[in-house]
Design a protein around this ligand. Structure first.
Ligand code: NDP
Length: 300
């Protein structure tokens, strides 16, 4: 069997188009323009690329983008003061503080200082609790993107066996909560899990969020299962020339795509969905802040 490829790039483009339509409608009907503020502390090159991409895509969707770049030696008090200003700023509907923060800052303290209604990353303890208790919440972007692709591919997820490999706060745990909310039977696997291959072999859905290149191979996968690969790993690629590298996921795409029913590739799967869902969360936050219904198809 050869798996259907779930094209995250095309799906992300469709999410961005929906966001663009929702933004245009908010402007036309209510004279409101959603605004996203992104805060970057320090000069981590990877974070700078992410922040640049976020800003560009925010503007392309017709929203306002506010970028705040602070030096690495900014004090925690100054960062908290900026967060407080953004919380009070009515033109800002979403606030994202790019992680990781420099070592002298307490990330939990900073994240929990963001107004939960503007917490478009969904990391605030109040949003984590709301998601866990089935209340309307801001949902972390990467798991939200995975859920959208699963619903699009499978329709109802009710009653399906799902295994999430990885228990991080930003991917594994919220992914498991979202699948549970959609009535899957959910198992969370991690580095201490016994018989992990057998657990995965019993699953209709496997979501891999581990950070280990090509760890999951075809003998872990039930024929016809849907496999979502969140992992992004850079490995040496001598076949491309000396010193060259390439990106791979946590799933061995070559072998698993022979067994699975559907699979997301790396790159071009989950990755593009993350920023698209950040834009979706910003529109949702803006709608809720103004007493409007969140646009259809952009929330969990
Ligand atoms: P973390 O390092 O925070 O978590 C990794 C998880 O994998 C941990 O729970 C760990 O278990 C588990 N794990 C590690 N080794 C094994 C193993 N051998 N068997 C089973 N479980 C194991 O990573 P993240 O959740 O932040 O990210 C996971 C991957 O997803 C990374 O490759 C990252 O780059 C990528 N990513 C991609 C995004 C995207 O936009 N596509 C966004 C975010 C992340 P334990 O808790 O026991 O240590």
């Amino acid at each position: 069997m050869s798996a259907q490829i779930i094209d995250g790039k095309a799906f992300a483009a469709s999410v961005r188009a929906k966001v663009g339509d929702a933004v245009a409608a908010m402007k036309a009907d209510h004279d409101i323009t959603p605004g996203l503020a992104v805060v970057l502390v320090g000069e981590d090159p990877a974070s700078e690329v992410y922040v640049r991409n976020k800003g560009r895509q925010t503007l392309e969707a017709g929203m306002k983008s506010f970028e705040h770049k602070l030096p690495a030696d900014t004090s925690e008090a100054d960062l908290l003061a900026l967060v407080a200003r953004l919380n009070a700023d009515r033109s800002v509907h979403g606030i994202l503080v790019q992680l990781p923060l420099p070592a002298h800052m307490n990330e939990d303290l900073v994240v929990n200082a963001i107004d939960p209604a503007k917490d478009v990353d969904g990391f605030h303890i109040s949003n984590v609790g709301r998601l866990a208790t089935g209340q309307s919440a801001m949902v972390p972007c990467t798991p939200l993107g995975c859920l959208m692709m699963l619903r699009d591919h499978l329709g109802s997820l009710s009653g399906l066996n799902a295994v999430v490999v990885g228990r991080s706060n930003i991917v594994g745990k919220p992914m498991a909560q979202l699948l549970l909310r959609d009535s899957c039977t959910v198992t969370i696997a991690h580095s201490r899990t016994k018989n992990i291959e057998a657990l995965c072999r019993n699953a209709d859905i496997v979501v891999a969020a581990v950070g280990r290149p090509e760890m999951i191979s075809d003998d872990w996968i039930k024929p016809g299962a849907t496999v979502i690969d969140v992992g992004i790993n850079r490995i040496d690629a001598p076949e491309k020339g000396e010193g060259k590298t390439r990106l791979v996921g946590d799933v061995d795409f070559q072998s698993v795509s022979q067994v699975a029913g559907a699979i997301t590739p790396v790159p071009g799967g989950v990755g593009p969905m993350t920023i698209a869902c950040l834009l979706a969360n910003t529109v949702t936050a803006c709608a809720r802040a103004n007493g409007l219904n969140a646009p259809e198809g952009l929330t969990a």
